[in-house]
Design a protein. Sequence first.
Length: 361
Amino acid sequence: MSGSAAAAPVKVALIGCGAVSRLYYAPALETLRREGLAEVVALLDPDPRAVRHVSRHFRRASPVASVSDAGKAGAELAIVASPPRHHATQTIEAIGSGMGVLCEKPFATSTVDARRMIEAAAVAGRLLTVSLVRRFFPATRLIRSLLTTETLGPPLGFHCFEGGRFDWPVQSIDYFAPGGSGVLLDIGVHALDLLQGWFGGPEHVLYEDDAMGGVEVNCRVRLTFPGGVSGDLRLSRDWPRPNVYAIHCAKGRIEWPVNEAERVRVRFGGSPYDVDGRLILPAGAGSDQAIPAADFHRSFLDQLRNVIESVRGRERLAVPPEEALPSLATIERCYGHRRRMAMPWLGADESPRAATAASGP
């Protein structure tokens, strides 16, 4: 953006230096530092090894012992990338210490906590947003446009499957303990945010999972939206395929390969062929020639740039904090009416024990 580099960089505190910060935020913030848009001044994590690893990107950043110390270090924006159970407490503390906040998903572990966070930001007059990076994907934006304009006719139904062998480098067994982050609260935040952005609020929800006293590894959500659009969302931490969101319309079909930020497949009418291509920005859209649309990492940067420019007062937030509530409310609805998923591979002696564990004390 013209003139952005001339302004002072926004001072950032990174709250939580685990995998999401190491793999995504640190490289992105390093890019923004080179562009003169952001400067990381404080790092907070109870694991000194995690702090040391991330500090390699930011030699001038100081390790701090608390969120309030990050504010004292001059941070204007806190990126809260700690485990979900800390999001509400740390976000509210950051706001009280004079910082705006970009909070990683899930925004909170309950709508009660989420509303407390939103209220704290409103009272203090501070910026608050949530990381929903898939909203910035050219592919998901195109899908929303195709559905809104009914280019392929009205939507009729959908089937979405997302999953894979779990290999996220978690640092604590608490991640899998009761009250930890099951697949619905993890991947489901992104999935439900997209579906509800495309179709509206669900009228009916049926939910089942394989949790047996711990967190779920597999789950299925049957959703019915206004207009009768219905379908299944299946999420897994052990099934690697097919990883596609498929939407059936009256005059064709849309398919999105999961996390392919710039790719969409479309079938028109009764054609036996799909159009499978990567999206481009045509000549004239800020360039003299066609250029590839943003991939995942560029979309992640676009999200951060929007937050930085919002801190400066130059842009509006693309994701106001209230927009984190619908998907979180649906997740609460699912957990509040969960049913045990059929698991025919369990033996005759295992199945009763599984049912007892799933029902709780």
